[in-house]
Write a protein that binds this ligand. Structure first.
Ligand code: ZN
Length: 402
């Protein structure tokens, strides 16, 4: 069975079609570095880490690009409060983010790119959009005129009326309430010279410029948290397609579900976050990965201490079965595996081929471990060595053994 993926753009599961010999180009929205990252971020980045691991397992070559949003209003606000240089502050949190990623074993990103290193590319794109009649300048900045791009709303499924109600960036100088900024004029905080006035790029153009500089006009996968669909990803598509005239900008859009805690979204602004580094004081990286993998990446997930504990117990049992298997005395030469022991790989693949269905894949690993411990005394040394490799291959893909 071929790999099927849910594409937010078409709102259905479809076959993942890509030649094995060409790189899969994948971009995921990285963090805005003004504070420590928390478990809500971990959930999203772990999901994409697993997706990349599985695509590689299927034989694909991946170029995985992640941007670092070090140019943002929130960075400036935080630095002003702390009386700090905004760049120093951003790059301190960037280092903390990279450290947290490493601690969780998230090691699949090919390249990180800071927004601040791509300002000239952003200015080029904004100039291009003005030249083509999609962007206009006012006294506060440069804006994208949404009416000029009739497909706006395709990703979020929002209609014209709903879009006009969702007022983006309140500003009296815009032509229409739904227009969004490409460049904001500021002469304090983080600011660069531009053909308009000193200022900084809009958030959406940062990601279009970073990803297109690396991948060209169109690419394969764009990922992020589902809360980024509107307006962020919608705006990215509008900018890119207006600029290049090529569609689709990105072939597959993947979005992760929210992480809730105590009935609300885990978010910095609600003050209910658990930092990754604090979570790692109570749990191992493997335990956290197991916990997140036990809910499908697109589903909303409720974080609870009880849920995490149950998940730790499940993992401990799996590891117990596997170590029983490793420690059992081998049987005589005749002890070959039963046919049943050889179907777990295929069962695991079936689960993962269904839009990276990790809860099903964990269940297969669980059954495999149980079966291994039960069968161990009947297996000869060579069969056991082979089965150990098979089991580790699946468990290591989800990084749950260490
Ligand atoms: Zn983004």
């Amino acid at each position: 069975m071929p790999l099927k993926v849910y594409n937010s753009l078409t709102r259905r599961k479809e076959a993942f079609v890509h030649p094995l010999e060409e790189d899969v180009k994948m971009f995921v929205c990285g963090p805005t570095v003004y504070d420590y990252v928390h478990l809500g971020h971990a959930r999203t980045y772990l999901a994409f880490d697993t997706i990349v691991r599985y695509l590689k397992f299927c034989g694909y070559k991946i170029r995985y690009l992640m941007n670092i949003t070090d140019v943002a209003e929130r960075v400036v606000q935080r630095a002003t409060q702390a009386k700090r240089n905004p760049f120093e502050l951003a790059h301190e949190y960037e280092a903390a983010f990279l450290e947290d990623m490493r601690s969780l074993g998230m090691n699949q990103v090919t390249r990180f790119e800071r927004a601040s290193d791509s300002i000239p590319k952003m200015i080029d794109q904004v100039s291009g959009l003005i030249r083509k009649g999609f962007g206009y300048e006012t006294e506060t900045g440069v804006y994208f005129e949404v009416q000029r791009y009739p497909k706006f709303g395709q990703l979020s499924g929002l209609g014209r009326e709903e879009l006009s109600l969702r007022r983006l960036e309140l500003c009296s100088s815009k032509r229409n309430p739904e227009d969004f900024s490409l460049w904001r004029k500021y002469d304090t905080g983080l600011a660069w010279d531009s053909p308009w006035a000193r200022g900084r790029p809009g958030w959406h153009i940062e990601d279009t410029a970073v990803s297109m500089a690396e991948f060209g006009d169109t690419y394969d996968i764009h990922g992020g948290a589902s809360e980024l669909i509107f307006p962020h990803h919608e705006a990215e598509i509008a900018q890119a397609e207006s600029l290049t005239g090529k569609a689709p900008f990105v072939r597959y859009w993947f979005h992760t579900g929210l992480l809730n805690i105590g009935g609300r979204k885990m978010s910095k602004s609600l003050g209910n976050v658990i930092r990754i580094r604090d979570a790692l004081k109570q749990s191992t990286p493997a335990e956290l990965r197991f916990y997140f993998a036990s809910t499908h990446y697109r589903e909303p997930m409720v974080y609870s201490q009880a849920g995490l504990e149950r998940s730790k117990q499940r993992l401990a049992k799996i590891k117990g079965h596997f170590s029983d298997f490793l420690n059992a005395m081998p049987a005589n030469e005749k002890g070959k595996p039963t046919a049943r022991l050889l179907v777990y790989d295929a069962a695991f693949k079936r689960q993962m081929d269904d839009d990276f269905y990790t809860p099903g894949a964990l269940k297969v690993i669980e059954d495999f471990a149980k079966d291994l411990s039960k069968s161990a005394p009947k297996l000869n040394a060579q069969s056991r060595a082979e089965l150990e490799v098979r089991f580790r291959r699946l468990a290591d893909l989800l990084a749950i053994l260490s």
